[in-house]
Design a protein around this ligand. Structure first.
Ligand SMILES: Nc1ncnc2c1ncn2[C@@H]1O[C@H](COP(=O)(O)OP(=O)(O)O)[C@@H](O)[C@H]1O
Ligand SMILES: [Mg+2]
Length: 337
């Protein structure tokens, strides 16, 4: 259904020196820099699958979605969706897809919502019968009734997002691209949106690409995940497998006595494990040790720790998927700042 092949997108950014002088210089002799937002991104999504497309902030997710929806043209590489190249066949292509960018509405600001939908009905040439059926379905799952006569600009974020989702589903698209559709929403609205996605996927076998920071979105909806970081593919597979891969990871936290002078090196040297199996971080006398329990059993790790230092408090827990992803996002975000 969806093929992305070696997608690359470069942006040119004008770098300005600070101050007024810098502004003039940038105006007349711009110093340009190339930002690679997507680098060799490839994946395939079969019909009817809900794909979680995830990665830290700035990873390039929105850029890839913009290429897949035909908003941006790839610098290199190509994509096919339902046999079409979005950039080549935009007019027909948009009828087959639905798009939501959580950060920005696609609705007409001043029109009452219902009128927006009737305009969309005309644009997408939806028959009267189909439109009535569709609206009643969307009303039911997304609960639009309360605000369907209000202008879009008066809607709350949660209402607007439900309205946007409904707009993207109105013409029964074959593929839905949802870029952060649950961002900033409360649990009830999130639940509405998830139900709508689930229903449309089950009943119409709509293929969905979903970008989200919410692990529950992924657990509830996604058959598979593709993870990117810094514009590159880093994982493609099931959530279950990702969990298994990381399932062996444990986290040991402890606090040493203030009189102790323990350093992370003591772990690296003493245990002779590589960075993949062991990472030790400390903030003064509070230590956090992540380790692969296949490389060193939990008991051995505890014994070793107790043999090299005096601890005040100690605990071991699983590194769960939520934490892995949260950390991954956080690390990415930190690097960008
Ligand atoms: N129009 C643009 N011009 C210049 N740089 C851009 C543009 N759009 C995105 N970028 C850069 O490309 C990178 C990826 O951005 P984006 O695709 O929005 O990431 P994500 O959606 O994963 O957070 C970022 O470093 C961002 O600053
Ligand atoms: Mg984005």
């Amino acid at each position: 259904m969806i093929y992305a092949e070696n997608l690359r997108k470069e942006f040119t950014k004008i770098v300005k020196e600070p101050g007024l002088k810098g502004s003039f210089k940038a105006l007349f002799h711009p110093h340009k820099e190339i930002v690679v937002a997507a680098d060799n991104i490839s994946f395939h999504v079969p019909k009817g699958e809900v794909l979680g497309f995830i990665g830290p902030n700035g990873a390039g997710k929105s850029t890839v979605i913009k290429m897949l929806t035909g908003i941006l043209t790839p610098t290199r590489g190509q994509c096919w969706i339902n046999g079409k190249i979005p950039q080549n066949d935009r007019k027909n292509y948009v009828r087959e897809i639905g798009v939501v960018f959580g950060q920005r509405t696609q609705l007409w600001w001043d029109l009452p919502l219902l009128e927006t939908y009737s305009v969309l009905k005309e644009i997408y040439e939806v028959s009267d019968k189909k439109y009535r059926e569709r609206m009643s379905f969307l009303n039911e799952v997304l609960e639009l009734d309360d605000f369907i006569h209000s202008p879009v600009r008066t809607l709350s974020l949660g209402q607007r997002m439900r309205a946007d989702i409904a707009a993207s589903m109105l013409h029964s698209p074959k593929v839905l691209f949802l870029d952060e559709p649950t961002i900033g929403l409360d649990v009830v609205v999130k639940d509405n949106i998830r139900r709508a996605i689930m229903k449309i996927n089950q009943e119409e076998h709509t293929t969905v690409i979903l970008t989200t920071h919410d692990i529950s979105d992924i657990e509830l909806l996604c058959d598979r995940i593709v993870m990117i970081d810094k514009g590159k593919n880093v994982y493609d597979g099931s959530l279950r497998k990702l969990k298994q891969n990381y399932g062996q990871m444990r986290e040991l936290s402890f606090e040493t006595d203030t009189s102790e002078h323990l350093t992370p090196e003591k772990f690296y040297k003493g245990l002779n494990l590589s960075g993949e199996d062991l990472t030790v971080k400390n903030d003064k006398n509070i230590f956090n040790v992540r380790f692969n329990s296949e490389a060193i059993p939990v008991g051995d790790m505890l014994n070793y720790t107790l043999s090299i230092t005096k601890v005040k408090d100690i605990s071991v827990k699983d590194a769960d998927i939520e934490e892995i992803i949260r950390r991954l996002y956080k690390e990415g975000a930190d690097e960008i700042e």
